[in-house]
Design a protein around this ligand. Structure first.
Ligand SMILES: O=C(O)[C@H](O)[C@H](O)COP(=O)(O)O
Ligand SMILES: [Mg+2]
Length: 299
């Protein structure tokens, strides 16, 4: 059973127990461009108490550098080496784990942030934000030339998804021998400002269905994301806590990595999913209404 936190003493004891704090972003720190009330103050309190703060997001629409821009704009202290996104983790996976040969290319369903991370890892790519693929014209196989060098297709959240991109990805995955099918993450939804919208998992779903095959998913809860963090950050899992708003990504990710987990109710997960007869089998260690609750520690 999760411990419900609400008092000053509850939050003090959490700070005593954990030195490294990994924060999910969408639904924990912000909704779109609107910060969760008190989040900035809580991050400041943690830094003043010499806690290590990391940001671990499945949102692949931005690169680490562009996340830094978002943090700056919102007035939140953050450093590029504290930010781990699924776009970055996917690019590192393709370059360092798959070791995609340099002459090979990646076909992208996704946005600028994913392209930037692939570029920074020295990978060639096509598709993505290319205006030629952002067309609403019907896709015609007669006009399509298969690039035999495409060795991987990576799917992330793409708000300009269309039939041409899906068709090209499908062609590469079925006609180029050994072409890898990757997804930055598989969140079904995400909390945008104003409500929920289809997430990255909903973007790769048509391909999964057409191919009858699941992609290799990189983001939370997969260990690939934690492997990326481990390669750069020294942390003790026993003194590390993952703060998230989604059970099957953030909380499972923390549990898979041997970390403590704190669920906040400002994003995807509702009270009904953690209490009562239909509660999820994924049980966080701690629950609090909002990350902003920890503000009392600064008063
Ligand atoms: O669909 C997505 O890409 C995700 O739902 C989303 O943006 C998750 O971001 P996170 O909550 O991990 O910051
Ligand atoms: Mg989230």
């Amino acid at each position: 059973m999760s411990a419900r936190l609400s008092s000053n003493a509850d939050y003090e004891s959490l700070l005593d127990k954990y030195d490294t704090w990994m924060f999910d972003c969408d639904g924990v720190l912000w909704h779109g461009d609107r910060l969760i009330e008190g989040a900035v103050q809580v991050l400041d309190i943690l830094r003043r108490r010499n806690k290590k703060v990391l940001f671990v997001t499945n949102n692949a629409t931005k690169s680490r550098k562009s996340y830094k821009g978002k943090f700056d704009q919102l007035g939140v202290e953050a450093h590029v080496d504290e930010i781990y996104g699924s776009a970055y983790a996917a690019a590192v996976y393709i370059s360092s784990v798959v070791k995609l040969p340099k002459e090979k290319k990646v076909y992208v369903i996704g946005m600028k942030g994913l392209e930037e991370e692939l570029h920074d890892e020295g990978l060639s790519f096509l598709g993505g934000t290319d205006p030629a693929d952002s067309t609403v014209e019907p896709f015609s196989l007669a006009d399509f030339t298969l690039d035999p060098d495409v060795g991987a297709v990576v799917c992330g959240l793409d708000t300009a998804i269309n039939y041409t991109k899906l068709s090209k990805a499908f062609q590469y995955l079925t006609r180029n021998p050994g072409c890898l099918f990757l997804a930055t993450n598989e969140d079904s939804t995400y909390p945008a400002g104003g409500g929920l919208l289809p997430g990255a998992g909903a973007i790769s779903a048509p391909l999964r269905y057409a191919l009858g095959k699941d992609p290799i998913a990189i983001g939370k809860p997969a260990s690939t994301m934690l492997d990326c963090i481990k390669a750069k950050v020294d942390y003790d899992p026993k003194r590390t806590i993952m703060v998230g708003d989604r059970l099957n990504t953030d909380i499972l990710f923390g549990q898979n990595g041997g970390l403590a987990t704190l669920l906040v109710l400002t994003g995807i997960t509702t009270e009904a999913e953690i209490t009562g007869p239909n509660a999820s089998s994924i049980v966080p260690d701690y629950v609090t209404a909002s990350i902003g609750d920890l503000r009392v520690l600064g008063e």
